[in-house]
Design a binder for this molecule. Structure first.
Ligand code: NI
Length: 231
């Protein structure tokens, strides 16, 4: 090695050390925000604007009967890289309603296919309730959550954001609702805080891919690596 080159290498060493330290400061972590009871005509658009400007992806679990008139909003979600999921047609619990509940899942799936195209729409059972029997009948993965924002009861953006950012870890699935203005504010604060800590916001599907886990139909996942036993 020529003397000049050696000097160049020596000069680069502190820079490399600095880059390594930076990486340690911001470890690579992935997290999925999920929004239930969506879409909301008054709030979802603001949420999408905020997520887009932050380069964050999320997952929306949609209620079939709320899709009427919101088709463009739903297509915008898909176009901007978000995942669309099924939250039944009228927000029905899937552990006690048998064939009626399953029919609602099918009906919502058909509406989603009409609006946003053919693909597998994953399911979030309302309140997380699903029986073993219903799981067997659903031909898509079902998604529970590993971090509960409790946004529906806290109704305070600061409290919701603090609760989630304190609990958030790599691979977590966070439950939120885009039906409350406080939740939308909280979600954007959560993105800002956790992005500064090195988190990347992905869809649930992307989270499974990053963790190299294949989601299976008829299973209820709290996180890609953790199953939730049906009740
Ligand atoms: Ni719900």
């Amino acid at each position: 090695m020529k003397k000049s080159k050696r000097w160049l290498c020596l000069a680069l060493l502190p820079l490399l050390a600095l880059m390594a330290a930076r990486q340690e400061e911001t470890p690579h972590a992935y997290i999925a925000l999920t929004f239930d009871d969506s879409p909301n005509a008054a709030l979802t658009e603001r949420l999408l604007d905020g997520l887009a400007s932050r380069g964050a992806h999320a997952t929306f679990f949609l209620i079939g009967e709320q899709l009427e008139g919101q088709e463009n909003l739903v297509r915008r979600m898909a176009d901007e890289g978000h995942q669309l999921g099924n939250h039944t047609y009228t927000h029905l619990r899937l552990d006690t309603t048998g064939a009626v509940g399953l029919q609602e899942v099918k009906k919502t799936d058909a509406r989603l296919k009409e609006i946003a195209g053919e693909r597998t729409y994953w399911v979030r059972p309302p309140w997380g309730f699903a029986s073993e029997e219903t799981l067997r009948e659903i031909s898509a993965p079902l998604i529970y959550w590993s971090v509960d924002s409790e946004d529906w009861s806290l109704r305070d953006a600061g409290k919701i954001a603090r609760r989630v950012t304190a609990a958030a870890g790599d691979g977590d699935i966070v439950l939120l609702h885009d039906s409350y203005p406080e939740s939308v504010d909280a979600a954007l604060r959560i993105v800002d805080t956790l992005q500064a800590r090195g988190f990347t916001f992905v869809t649930v599907e992307e989270l499974f891919a990053h963790m190299n886990i294949e989601a299976e139909a008829g299973k209820l996942y709290a996180r890609p690596d953790t199953l939730r036993p049906p009740k």
